[in-house]
Design a protein around this ligand. Structure first.
Ligand code: FAD
Length: 392
């Protein structure tokens, strides 16, 4: 039987497999991920700050994919995509394919800043969020400390707000942002509001200053200013999964696979890419931003094209639908952009919570929402056994 392999069970990969359900009678689908669960990455800032138990930020994969004899979940580290041989090499052996969808997500972008990789923690996935949580907890036990978060995009802003709200007065928090404004891609009014809320939470916002180098105890800015730190968190941006470049696929300057509007990789029949790992051209020719919202849409669009090609139909160009943006700032405040609507404060935060409900419903249906406990878990502390199970 012919085989479709989906690499990565993130936002793009899981939705792609769900969308491909109808082809399962004629094709085997193998979904490969290093984990057994789908990580709700957008909740990682809360996990890291200690505001959400780890079990509330991942969903076992078997609860999300169709139960069918031709659907295989393979927990394995992907080591190499050999597109010439049409084989994926993994820690569990080689898997041959006829069609492959590359959606292995992103890794941190350090911009070659000396010390950034070696001296900072990140917030990319559950293991990194838990590492960060442990470090914050041990600093808190010692009475607190100075935490510098590099990167004033959504991840840095949400993390700073959550730490300040969950550990009030415990840490001296600094958010360092290279561009003149935090949230530089956002409506300036929302960015200004976010900065005001962070400052009310005693977070120092240093913007317009590039980081020159990082050590375990300092962040040195290009101006020469030195920010002392007990912990440095890197939220300075992402680049595509390095396996794409290693495979010799066409990649952009950020290591993302260049795809056609149909999400196919030009000159590589049977190879598609989606999500943060892909450079998907937007309206103005720029790459679409790396968001969960778009990863879901791209995963589904790639799956429809894969199924369509098998049925002899022409692949369709992907048309993104950007609904808006929401972000939590801690203490019940938030910002939100929905079409032309701009919201701040508690209504925006409520919308942010609603976005999570919407995602969980979309990916797992009512069953996940009602029986999964994902909405109530924030108020249920972790047991000792769970903490041990999630030890990283
Ligand atoms: C803290 C944080 C907050 C965010 N908040 C928002 C938000 O509010 N709204 C929004 O739209 N976006 C948000 N994003 C961005 C969003 O999470 C990403 O755009 C989204 O996760 C991309 O989905 P993906 O499927 O491409 O990759 P991912 O979801 O990262 O999935 C990639 C998968 O590939 C697997 N994988 C990677 N390498 C290997 C390998 N070698 N072998 C096996 N498996 C592998 C991983 O285990 C993972 O399951 C946030 C990101 C972060 C870090």
């Amino acid at each position: 039987m012919r085989r479709i392999v989906v690499l990565g069970a993130g936002y793009a990969g899981v939705r792609a497999v769900q969308e491909m359900g109808p082809v399962l009678d004629e094709r085997e689908i193998v979904l490969i991920d290093r984990g057994r669960s789908h990580a709700i990455v957008t909740e990682m800032y809360r996990v890291a700050a200690g505001g959400r138990p780890a079990r509330g930020a991942e969903v076992p994969l078997h609860r999300l994919v169709p139960h069918h004899r031709n659907l295989v979940l393979l927990q394995a580290e992907v080591k190499e995509l050999d597109w010439r041989q049409r084989v994926v090499r993994t820690g569990q052996g080689a898997v041959a394919y006829d069609t492959v969808l590359f959606c292995l997500g992103a890794t941190p972008e350090y911009f070659d800043i000396p010390g950034a990789r070696e001296s900072t923690l990140t917030l990319q996935h559950l293991d990194s969020a838990l590492r960060l949580r442990r470090r914050l907890e041990s600093l808190a036990r010692l009475g607190g400390g100075r935490v510098v978060i590099v990167g004033g995009g959504l991840t840095g802003v949400e993390l700073a707000g959550a730490i300040s709200a969950i550990h009030p007065g415990r840490f001296r928090l600094t958010l360092a942002q290279a561009s003149p404004s935090i949230l530089p891609d956002e409506d300036p009014r929302l960015a200004a509001y976010a900065e005001e809320v962070l400052q009310r939470g005693d977070i120092e916002v240093r913007r317009g200053e590039h980081v020159a180098r990082v050590t375990k105890r300092t962040v040195v800015l290009r101006s020469g200013a030195v920010l002392p730190a007990d912990l440095v968190v890197w939220a300075g941006g992402v680049r595509g999964n390095p396996l794409a470049a290693q495979a010799g696929l066409p990649v952009d300057g950020r290591g993302r696979v260049q795809v056609l509007p149909t999400l196919e990789v030009d000159g590589h029949p049977g190879l598609f890419a989606a999500g943060d790992a892909a450079h998907v051209p937007g309206a103005a020719g720029h790459a679409l931003p790396p968001t969960a919202q778009l990863a879901v849409q791209e995963g589904r669009a790639a799956a429809r094209n894969i199924a369509g090609l098998l049925a002899g139909r022409e692949p369709q160009a992907f048309r993104p639908q950007v609904l808006g943006m929401t972000a939590a700032l801690g203490r019940g405040y938030g910002i939100a952009r929905l079409g032309r609507l701009r919201l701040t404060g508690r209504p925006a935060n409520a919308l942010h919570e609603l976005a999570l409900v919407r995602y969980l419903y979309g990916v797992g249906g009512l069953g996940l929402l009602t029986r999964g406990g994902y909405l109530s878990w924030r108020s249920v502390p972790e047991t000792t056994a769970e903490r041990k199970a999630y030890d990283v």
